[in-house]
Design a protein around this ligand. Structure first.
Ligand SMILES: C[S@@+](CC[C@H](N)C(=O)[O-])C[C@H]1O[C@@H](n2cnc3c(N)ncnc32)[C@H](O)[C@@H]1O
Length: 233
């Protein structure tokens, strides 16, 4: 497994104007990792579908996309963006209730969970609604719960790919990537991390000339089904 690469941070596709400033995973990232870890016809799931980048790139590569997204308006955007055949694969709901949705076993999950920094009080799993509450420990417990449910749905040779970075905020660093890796490792076998360096003109417009979370790189955390899986993966 290659452990360092550099990708452009640009968005290749448009979303409606009211969403252009919302964070999306760059298509280049999704394309790179889906090409490496999936085959044509594989079922690819994103339980935090956002604007559907994983689903769109999965379609482009001939994979079968499924997504769950909490925000109704984002669900509508994703249903519009995927082909008509797959519109029903975009489910409005919570990743914390995956077992209540009609999802098939999946071969690959590529996702980026909502982020949290220590000290934040609103709940990322309700998309930071002003009337929501959480704290960092509760957040990590929710991350553990989502991935425990995903483990139940996963095929036996699943690959799980998590797009996450640490976060610098007001002079402090939340080691989000390390903490998410620990939480997910309770249900999946951690194969290692790939460091993704971001390049692109946008970088100059961001805090400190870096990626939106205070760094010029993030990670793809790579997991498999269990410790018995092949060492060669
Ligand atoms: C980091 S964004 C994902 C962006 C996505 N990768 C893209 O490129 O558009 C995280 C998404 O998780 C969604 N979300 C938050 N809580 C959720 C929950 N409980 N269940 C499902 N989705 C949730 C947010 O609304 C947001 O769209």
């Amino acid at each position: 497994m290659e452990t360092f690469l550099t990708l452009g941070y640009e968005q290749e596709t448009d979303v409606p104007p009211e969403f252009v400033d919302d964070v999306r995973t760059p298509e280049a990232y999704v394309r790179h990792f889906l090409r490496e870890h999936t085959e044509e016809g594989d079922v690819v799931l994103d339980p935090f579908a956002g604007f559907g980048t994983t689903l769109l790139v999965a379609e482009e590569l001939g994979r079968v996309p499924y997504g769950v997204e909490y925000e109704e308006d984002r669900v509508a955007v994703v249903r519009d963006r995927v082909s008509a055949d797959h519109a029903e694969h975009v489910i409005r709901g919570s990743a914390l209730e995956l077992d209540s949705h009609d999802l098939p076993p999946f071969d690959c999950c590529l996702t980026s969970p909502p982020y949290m920094v220590e000290g934040m009080e609103t709940n990322p799993f309700r998309n930071y609604a002003t009337d929501s509450e959480s704290d960092y420990d509760r957040y990590l417990a929710d991350v553990r719960e989502v991935f425990a449910q995903l483990r139940q749905l996963a095929s036996s040779d699943v690959t799980l790919l998590v797009d996450v970075s640490n976060v610098k905020f007001e002079g402090d660093v939340t080691t989000l990537a390390w903490d998410v890796a620990d939480a997910v490792s309770e249900s999946f076998h951690f194969r290692g991390e790939v460091v993704v360096g971001w390049k692109g003109e946008d970088q100059d417009d961001r805090d400190g000339g870096t990626y939106v979370y205070g760094y010029d790189h993030s990670y793809c955390l790579v997991f498999g089904a269990g410790e018995e899986e092949s060492e060669t993966k």
